[in-house]
Write a protein that binds this ligand. Sequence first.
Ligand code: 0L1
Ligand code: MG
Length: 266
Amino acid sequence: MSMNITLSREDVVRLCERVEGAQTRAYAIPKLTDEYPNMTIGDGYAVQLELRKRFLAAGHKQVGWKAGLTSKAKMIQMGVNVPSIGFLTDRMSRPESSAISTFDLVHPRVECEVAFVMKTTLQGPGCTAADVLAATDYVLPAVEIIDSRFSGFKFDLPSVVADNGSSARFVGGGRARYAEDLDLRTLGVVMEKNGEIVTMGASAAVLGHPAEAIAMLVNILAELGENLPAGSFVMSGGITEAVAVKPGDSIVARFQELGSVSMRFV
Ligand code: 0L1
Ligand code: MG
């Protein structure tokens, strides 16, 4: 992946302000490459870094990271072929079984993910799934509520990365388990919307093993000059495609061995 930055500092700040406005005031914007067709993935991460700095300066606390676009189903659904990463803050977290407002979201969709909590810091490059498992404290089931801010879901990788990988909200829950007590590759998951099964899959859909997605995330962080600190909460990416939600919908994600995570939208 090329982390080459072609945008000027002024353009990075301009695009960051555009994305920040769309995220905090919940409106759709055209994909950034309409105006900057030569934007690279590195440019996307430069905008994302600027956004992270602004949120942290405003008092948000970073709690971890998310890997995105890590399953074939997601890549096909979104028409991209490389995974992405984004940061997670305390403001995005919602309790299990809570009512989640859609008023401050653009087009929310939900994904079932395995989340990892790290006990030791990981540093790439060259991080492997085995390194990830050795550094993991425990895993737990999670639902990510993604919210691409781009009109008509028209986007490409540089735009998605700049928009922090569509990160919006997340809910961790169920039962925390030690990774060594599970076969993390073959965990089944079923998502129900309003009592009906809408999608299902197995965790191997995420790059063959969810720990592979965390290793990829650590290696992307290394390219950005960062590590994955101990204590981080990290989501490994949707096992199935994302499902749209609207006010009135209730979601239950049932994970084999890990219990379930539920929420409703208002
Ligand atoms: O969490 C993710 O898989 C990132 C998805 C980015 C694109 C989208 O909005 O679906
Ligand atoms: Mg996701």
